[in-house]
Design a protein around this ligand. Structure first.
Ligand SMILES: Nc1nc2c(ncn2[C@@H]2O[C@H](COP(=O)(O)OP(=O)(O)OP(=O)(O)O)[C@@H](O)[C@H]2O)c(=O)[nH]1
Ligand SMILES: [Mg+2]
Length: 366
């Protein structure tokens, strides 16, 4: 990774939110030298209030901070206003996630996906420039005039359409692969969940693989699949890209060819990190649901996997699970495991096996 760039972080005065923002920034190669918090980050002009914005400007002026990281998705005008006031680049949450994805992308497909998301981000900003220029304002984005901006926008749109076609081809190729797999009769199980909950650690444990795991966010960007023998039955397991809160819908779309795997899965293992507070668990769950609903995946296929149980008292863990209100004791839909120590992973496989069997019976009789 490149040398850390010094940044000031603007985030909410909530411990777990601020700590996630810091992890995100660090994953993108920034080092946070100063944090400013405010209750509302969605104010119309600067995201933060004018007083806070002036405070940030002074902090930036009196230090060697190179960037301001803003832990919210900003509208182009808010981003521009704050950048102009503080005379510094503003990296909003959306841009930050894009930067991490770009750093991590290592397959042809994920590179196209990131490029597509970046172009989308750029197009929104050029559109805003054109809109303001038409109103007679000169916001000065990219230092371009109105005509240049319109030409630039056309070029970006053309590139988006070329990349979309490429991705579509990739989706078709995967569909053929999947159809082949379906014909070969392997049931499929997708491991999904918030970033850093331990999906790859579980995948490695199940498959004997040694895919990269890490404390940094978004270690995995592309899907890996392997066949595992589950009590005498061959099952295909897939590890997937992690989710995060406030992920714009177009980013989910950009990753559709990667995530499509889970639309066709027989079972979804939704992994949650039980060592986190209830607030965080709820956030992890909500973000996962958002993606599943966006992709049109049935929630009935979920088995909840509460991971990292080695870090929690069993009673506390159970209490948190129950509070979430998703457990079904009759048709057991959850397991508490440790992917690190392997604790209860065999129970998880039993639940997976019986679930696949039940699901297949349903398909057979429908
Ligand atoms: N103590 C403990 N740590 C775990 C467990 N499972 C995973 N971890 C740790 O959690 C961190 C994240 O693990 P990963 O497997 O990379 O998580 P992931 O969900 O694949 O993350 P992304 O690919 O970034 O979305 C690593 O530091 C793992 O060692 C577990 O059961 N117990
Ligand atoms: Mg991973």
């Amino acid at each position: 990774m490149t040398v850390n760039r010094s940044a000031l972080l603007i985030t909410y005065p909530v411990k777990h939110v601020a700590s996630e923002a810091k992890s995100l920034a660090e994953s993108a190669g920034y080092s946070i030298s100063c944090t400013v918090t405010q209750k509302h980050l969605t104010r119309s002009k600067f995201g933060i209030g004018k007083g806070k914005a002036d405070e940030v400007r002074e902090l930036v002026k009196s230090s060697n901070i190179e960037y301001v990281i803003f832990d919210e998705i900003l509208k182009p005008t808010q981003q521009y206003n704050l950048a102009k006031l503080c005379e510094i680049d503003i990296i909003d949450r959306e841009k930050l996630i894009l930067e991490i994805f770009r750093l991590r992308s290592n397959t042809e497909e994920s590179k196209i996906q990131i490029k597509l998301a970046e172009l989308h981000y750029e197009a929104v900003r050029i559109k805003e420039k054109v809109r303001l220029a038409k109103k007679g304002e000169q916001p000065g984005f990219f230092g371009l005039g109105k005509y240049d901006a319109e030409v630039h926008l056309l070029d970006v749109r053309r590139r988006i359409s070329v990349l979309r076609k490429k991705l579509l081809k990739e989706e078709k190729r995967k569909l053929v692969q999947r159809t082949g797999r379906a014909r070969s009769g392997f049931p499929t199980v997708s491991i999904i969940g918030y970033t850093s909950v331990g999906k790859t650690t579980l995948f490695n444990f199940l498959t004997g693989e040694s895919k990269l795991v890490g404390v940094e966010l978004f270690t995995t960007l592309s899907t890996s699949s392997r066949i595992v023998n589950v009590n005498g039955k061959k099952v295909m397991f897939s590890d997937t890209v992690g989710f995060i809160s406030k992920l714009p819908a177009y980013m989910i779309d950009a990753f559709k060819s990667t995530l499509q795997e889970l639309i066709f899965s027989n079972v979804i293992l939704l992994v949650l990190d039980i060592s986190q507070s209830f607030e965080i668990l709820r956030k992890q769950l909500a973000s996962s649901y958002t993606v599943l609903i966006h992709l049109g995946v049935s929630v009935a296929k979920i088995i909840y996997v509460f991971n990292k149980v080695d870090l929690v008292e069993p009673d506390k863990a159970m209490e948190k699970c129950q509070q979430l209100g998703v457990l079904n004791e009759g048709n057991k839909n959850y397991v508490m495991i440790s992917s690190k120590t392997g604790m209860n992973v065999h129970t998880l496989l039993d639940v997976v096996r019986s679930r696949i069997f039940v699901n297949m019976m349903k398909v057979d009789t429908s």
